[in-house]
Unconditional design. Structure first.
Length: 202
């Protein structure tokens, strides 16, 4: 059965503040840098702990060489260590742009995110870890049998990152071009939906 995708209108006027299907009250959102805060009109509805890798490939940049990211490959788990989501890089429907995606392990619904803002604020982000991110949902898609778990998603946080940075060696010579590196990382992902009408901003 063909997957049905729903395009989202991007919200550009908002300043943005372990994985489990949970009630909002059970999700403990950590303090985050001001530049990636989520607007109070949105509330968390899903949270998961990712374990996987960040992929890099060695490419030529002018006369030099550099590790360039080619996306994550991770599994997200809930508080009971049950798999709930798969995280990977994928072509976004309609735009044909590569973006990170999160797909429900239960109903195969999916959300594609696009970067809104990032932070490497040393008060929050470890020096050896990839940045914390705020992403907008660009497109959401139903699962093949109508699954809708990820459809409410409007914003996504990547926080509490561990590892995942590009290697510091192995990409300095012509023979290194196209070499790939899979760097272990962990992170928490928090998914936000719009608050019900009448709740508005806190």
């Amino acid at each position: 059965m063909k997957t049905c995708f729903r395009a989202l209108v991007l919200v550009t006027s908002l300043l943005m503040p372990h994985v489990v299907q949970a009630k909002t009250a059970e999700i403990q959102v950590p303090a985050v840098p001001e530049e990636i805060q989520v607007d109070p009109a949105f509330t968390p509805f899903l949270m998961g702990h990712a374990i996987g890798t960040q992929g890099y490939v060695c490419v030529a940049v002018g006369a030099a060489f550099s590790w360039t990211p080619f996306g994550p490959q991770a599994t997200l788990f809930d508080a009971d260590d049950q798999q709930t989501l798969t995280h990977y890089l994928s072509i976004t429907p309609y735009s044909q742009v590569l973006n990170p995606a999160w797909q429900s392990s239960r109903d195969s619904s999916v959300v594609w995110g696009q970067l809104y803002k990032m932070s490497s604020d040393s008060r929050f982000v470890a020096a050896d870890a990839i940045p914390w991110l705020l992403l907008e949902a660009a497109v959401v898609g139903e699962g093949p049998t109508g699954g809708d778990k990820m459809l409410p998603t409007r914003f996504i946080h990547r926080v509490n990152t561990v590892g995942g940075k590009a290697p510091t060696t192995g990409c300095s010579l012509p023979e290194h071009i196209k070499t790939r590196a899979l760097v272990p990382y962990e992170a928490d992902y928090i998914f936000y939906k719009r608050k019900p009408i009448g709740h508005g901003r806190d």
